[in-house]
Structure formats: C-alpha cells, structure tokens
Ligand binder design. Structure first.
Ligand code: SF4
Length: 136
C-alpha cells in the first residue's frame, strides 16, 4: 500500500497481483488502478495491451477484462473470474533480454498443491495442481 502510494505520487499506473489481493480484493486502495485476481499472466497481458492502446486504464474499459478488481468512484468492482490456464506448458519463457537486475525472471515449474488444507491459500489461489513439462 505504501509503495502504491509512492508510485501514484509520481503519476504511475499501479497494478497489483498475488495471493493477498486474490483473497481480499477489498484491500485494493485508491492508489492501485487494478488488482489481478488469481493467475495473472493473461489478465496482465490484457491490461498492458489496453494501456498501450489507450495510454491509461479507464474503469469503463477495465470492465471488459476478466479476473480484475478496480475502483469505479467509490465502488469496488470485480469482473467475472477467468478459467485457469490448463497447462503451464502454454506459458512462454520469460524474455530475459529485457528483464532488469541480473536478468532475473522466474519460470513456474509447478503451481498449486495436490492437497487442500483449510488454513492454506495455495489451493484456493491456484485452483488446481499443475506442473510444467521439463522439456518445454
Ligand atoms: S499447507 Fe498448503 S501447500 Fe502445504 S500441503 Fe496443505 S494445501 Fe498444500
């Protein structure tokens, strides 16, 4: 929340994702333009395309993107959920030629968990257990 506030003071667009916003979307502050719910790859790609075309993220445009939360005035909007990515093999490898510090970029080799412990966010966040084939 603090970093989002700092970014906003510089006039930046702020998009967040991860387990916290997925479990508790009401934590989205007014400094955050959008929160990605659940798996973020497809949602974030659509946000980037929208931003590239429009130069900003307007609430009316965000309504067309699934698995998002955002503010529309005083209202917190949640768009419909998105289907999980069927196979992690579908995801391209990171383009390390454009990543920053020491070309760090991670590849998820697995996500989710085969179990469903009630106190754990893992299975709720990822919705399924999936692994990436080593040769992809
Ligand atoms: S605590 Fe979470 S990650 Fe660990 S076995 Fe249970 S559901 Fe899986």
């Amino acid at each position: 929340m603090e970093y989002a506030g700092m970014a906003k003071r510089f006039g930046l667009t702020v998009i967040i994702g991860g387990m916290h916003i997925t479990m508790v979307p009401k934590c989205l502050t007014k400094d955050m333009d959008a929160g990605c719910i659940g798996e973020g790859e497809q949602t974030f790609c659509e946000l980037v395309k929208l931003y590239s075309n429009a130069g900003r993220l307007k609430s009316s445009d965000l309504a067309g993107i699934r698995a998002l939360c955002n503010h529309d005035g005083e209202r917190l909007i949640r768009t419909p959920a998105r289907a999980v990515i069927k196979s992690l093999d579908e995801l391209p490898h990171p383009n390390r030629s454009i990543t920053g510090y020491r070309n760090r970029a991670y590849v998820y080799t697995a996500r989710g968990c085969a179990y469903d412990c009630i106190f754990c966010s893992c299975s709720r966040h990822w919705e399924r257990y999936g692994i990436r084939r080593p040769n992809t």
